[in-house]
Ligand binder design. Structure first.
Ligand code: AMP
Length: 290
């Protein structure tokens, strides 16, 4: 019996220093290679890997950053308990066409005299911005730093973090950052739960409760499908569905597609956005309805 062929994998180069990464990327671009950047906080799953696959499909050089950014955590416990597994992340990336992994120590990103932050307003203010003070300030700061350290042609983000995508697009527009932002669809488990590094923290019972989150979005879509246009009615349905399952709801909102402005009536492209805690784990999700 012949052995099954081993899939072709190339171990990516692991880089910890900002200057080392920048030098490699500048050299690649001088050779007219296109560079794709995928910023992550690691504990990689199929959602992250879908971004890496897109980068590999469109770019000559794929760079993945793995950095659990302390400045975007408003909750010290969440930061302390955030899952980390660099070895397994690198092994996964080897199978998805990533050549460079940037995994800097915290001191490399925030030296002892670091004192400059990006303060995003506008689309950063409501929803996550209101419930996680300082979160988008940390996100915008680290994303701009990563764009400067890794001057790529395209950066890939997931629609799972809908508001984050808007904040990053606003940042790039407002501060004239020469990079294209590509947003890719949410990858879900077979039962509908959006993949998230934080899912690993759910107990089996919490995992069942968490299903109420995508179910509430489905309920919103069903209501719209059946002719309901009142945002208030739909919001209440989403909230009560999650609350009945024991999810502590932060918000259940309906906004205009491509923005964070709440709608009163669902008459055009609308995004249902939800956030809540299952036990100690905070999860977010969204879905286009109408
Ligand atoms: P994170 O590691 O949570 O900071 O996520 C890194 C990137 O992966 C972000 O652009 C996320 O939006 C994206 N991402 C996370 N989960 C998913 C998912 N289930 N589907 C698609 N993209 C995702």
């Amino acid at each position: 019996m012949s052995a099954a062929p081993t899939p072709l994998t190339t171990e990516p180069q692991l880089i910890q220093r900002a200057n080392a990464l920048r030098t490699l990327i500048v050299a690649a671009r001088r050779e007219e290679k296109t560079v794709g950047l995928v910023p992550t906080m690691g504990a990689l799953h199929a959602g992250h890997l879908s971004l890496v696959d897109a980068a590999a499909d469109h770019c000559d050089l794929v760079v993945v950053t793995i950095f659990v950014n302390p400045t975007q955590f408003n909750d010290a416990n969440d930061l302390a308990e955030y899952p980390r597994d660099l070895n397994s992340d690198v092994a996964k990336l080897a199978e998805h066409g990533c050549q460079l992994v940037f995994a800097p120590p915290v001191e490399e990103m925030y030296g002892p005299h670091h004192a400059t932050f990006v303060e995003p307003a506008g689309v950063a203010e409501p929803l996550e911005g209101a419930h996680r003070p300082g979160h988008f300030r940390g996100v915008a700061t680290v994303v701009l730093k990563l764009f400067n350290i890794a001057p790529a042609d395209v950066a890939y983000f997931g629609r799972k973090d809908y508001q984050q995508c808007l904040v990053v697009k606003q940042l790039v527009r407002d501060l004239n950052v020469p990079i294209e932002i590509d947003v890719l669809p949410i990858v879900r488990e077979a039962d509908g739960l959006a993949l998230s590094s934080r899912n690993a923290r759910l107990s089996p019972q919490e995992r069942r409760q968490a299903l109420a989150i995508p179910e509430s979005l489905q309920a919103a879509a069903d209501l719209v499908q059946s002719g309901e246009t009142s945002a208030e009615t739909i919001r209440l349905r989403m909230r009560s569905h999650m609350e009945q399952a024991g999810v502590k709801v932060d918000y259940a909102e309906l906004v205009e597609e491509g923005d964070v402005t709440p709608v009163d009536r669902v008459t055009g492209p609308t995004v249902a956005l939800v956030a809540g805690c299952v036990g100690k784990t905070r999860l977010i999700d969204n879905r286009t309805i109408g």
